[in-house]
Design a protein. Structure first.
Length: 189
């Protein structure tokens, strides 16, 4: 199997690129943001089906591992896993799984509330020991902060990264302290 490819982006499609490696163009499905004619190195996951062989490319091993974990969940195939990863940053997705944030996962196309909850149930224990260390306070504050900001009309995908940063920077703060900080952060942009 192909484990990694390094080459030049020759073509960019909707959900794939043609990666030229040693005179051969590989069609690699990816959610990475890449530039035409740039040199890239992608970790490759090869999916073999009865009717196709597809290459999926990731800039990091962590992203590839997350993709593989997502595809172990029943109802989540490679196409849905890539849609999730194209919509939600790897770190944000891992955080959403670890904290049980189904709303964030459900923002991806093709993912409803039930599939998002199934992803959390099946992968939450596998996210422990990862790079995310949420204390019980941080785990409780993030969903409350997101709910408060959503009630003010902000879209979850627009605020989640900022909210996670605020919660991690202020681990002992409650929502009443975090909301003004978040609003100040939003207005400063």
């Amino acid at each position: 199997m192909i484990g990694k490819l390094q080459g030049v982006i020759d073509y960019i499609g909707n959900d794939f690129v043609i990666l030229m490696v040693g005179g051969v163009g590989y069609k690699v499905y990816t959610s990475e943001i890449l530039s035409l004619k740039s040199n890239v190195s992608l970790w490759i996951e090869t999916i073999v089906r009865e009717d196709s062989i597809r290459l999926f490319g990731f800039s990091t091993i962590a992203a590839q591992n997350l993709f593989n974990q997502l595809t172990t969940v029943s109802g989540v195939g490679p196409k849905v896993a890539m849609a999730i990863m194209a919509t939600i940053k790897t770190e944000t997705l891992m955080s959403a799984i670890a904290t049980g944030d189904a709303k964030t996962i459900a923002t991806a196309p093709g993912v409803g509330k039930k599939v998002a909850e199934k992803i959390i149930v099946e992968l939450k224990n596998k996210m422990g020991g990862g790079s995310f260390d949420f204390s019980s306070d941080a785990g409780g504050a993030l969903p409350d902060l997101l709910a408060a900001l959503e009630s003010l009309g902000y879209r979850r995908m627009d605020i989640i990264d900022m909210a996670q940063k605020l919660v991690s920077q202020n681990p002992d703060a409650d929502v009443s302290r975090l909301v003004p900080l978040a609003l100040k952060e939003i207005s400063g942009k």
